[in-house]
Ligand binder design. Structure first.
Ligand code: AHM
Ligand code: MG
Length: 333
């Protein structure tokens, strides 16, 4: 009999003395949110959800209708059950405290309800990213500062990938497991146990249109890769760029690779494009748990003490030996 995601989480929790079932309940609500988002993304134009909402989020980015719809789905699926004290999302300026009409719990969740949403109108894979934190001891009514915990404190991180199949990949600090949604029975089934990232790779992912704005170490690394067999690496590299971080990280979990959204000078007010809490930290937790590495080029991402809810950081993650090399280049130049 195949194992469902919820069975898997319950079994994992049983091994932890004193576990109350709260965590399992929260994950199960997140799973329901992802199933519903999967449904809406999949129906697309049939239910009129494509296109722009005509609004901007806190970071000045144009919101898609689905950015708003999926944010609402995530909140509605997780706010009622008493597992959470508050949540924060890429699509909301401030934190979302659990309304007074519901019981409060000990966890915080941060999420990007529809990452890669610029891809939605062209029917390319998008995803949902989430990270579960504990509310600080004794805090019943969290404020934004309570979310500013380094990635190392994450209890759980995961993503749902809405691709040819919908998958959910999750870690709670004991390796990484992947589940595929069986639409016939409405369950995520364990199909990719103990996912591991190969230490070496000949595939990299970066948005090359930003090359002129990169720092020297990244320019050097990419130059050496594209120089191919006759270059300093003596081997041919392949390149991919989906512009959907979830799809990118998933490819790396399946067949190795390195993903970079590095520091650049395109907009000096931004340290990078990707957000520490909603994107960089959860993906770093997953990548490290699968044996990969994740850095800004200068420091381990999960060691960063966040300074703001919507803080951005450079991201370089994937196959260990390549990320180590890029970090070394940052030290050399
Ligand atoms: P989003 O959260 O607004 O969708 O932006 C994040 C996405 C990532 O999924 C992806 O890696 C990156 O933005 C692509 O950026 P670009 O369009 O600059 O290539
Ligand atoms: Mg995003």
């Amino acid at each position: 009999m195949s194992k469902s995601l919820i069975q898997f989480i319950i079994e994992e929790q049983r091994a932890i003395p004193g576990a109350t079932g709260d965590f399992t309940g929260l994950v199960s609500d997140i799973v329901i949110a992802c199933k519903q988002i999967s449904h809406d993304v999949n129906k697309g134009a049939l239910i009129g959800v494509l296109g722009s909402a005509g609004s901007e989020n806190v970071q000045g980015e144009t919101q898609k209708k689905l950015d708003i719809i999926t944010n609402e789905i995530f909140i509605k699926a997780t706010e009622w059950a008493g597992h959470l004290a508050a949540m924060a999302s890429e699509e909301m300026e401030d934190i979302y405290p659990i309304p007074a009409r519901y019981p409060k719990g000990k966890y915080l969740v941060v999420f990007d309800p529809l990452d890669g949403s610029s891809n939605i109108d062209v029917n390319i894979s998008v995803g949902t990213i989430f990270s579960i934190l504990r509310a600080p001891q004794g805090v019943e009514n969290p404020v934004a500062a309570d979310f500013l915990q380094p990635g190392t404190t994450q209890v759980c991180a995961g993503y749902a990938l809405y691709g040819p199949a919908t998958m959910l990949v999750i870690t709670s600090g004991h390796g990484v497991n992947g589940f595929t949604l069986d639409n016939d029975i409405g369950e995520f089934i364990l199909t990719h146990p103990d996912m591991r990232i190969s230490e070496d790779t000949r595939e990299f992912a970066i948005n090359s249109s930003n090359e002129q704005f990169w720092e020297k170490p990244v320019q050097r690394y990419v130059e050496e890769c594209v120089a191919g067999k006759n270059g300093p690496r003596g081997t041919a590299f392949n390149m991919r760029w989906v512009a959907s971080m979830v799809a990118e990280v998933h490819r790396i979990l399946i067949r190795g690779g390195v993903f970079m959204y590095p520091k650049d000078t395109k907009d000096p007010s931004k340290a990078g494009k990707l957000r520490l809490l909603y994107e960089a930290n959860p993906m770093s937790f997953i990548v490290e748990q699968a044996g990969g590495m994740s850095s800004t080029g200068y420091e381990r991402i999960m060691d960063i003490k966040p300074s703001g809810l919507h803080q951005r950081v450079p991201v370089i993650l994937g196959s260990k030996n390549e990320v180590e090399r890029i970090v070394r280049y940052h030290k050399e130049i």
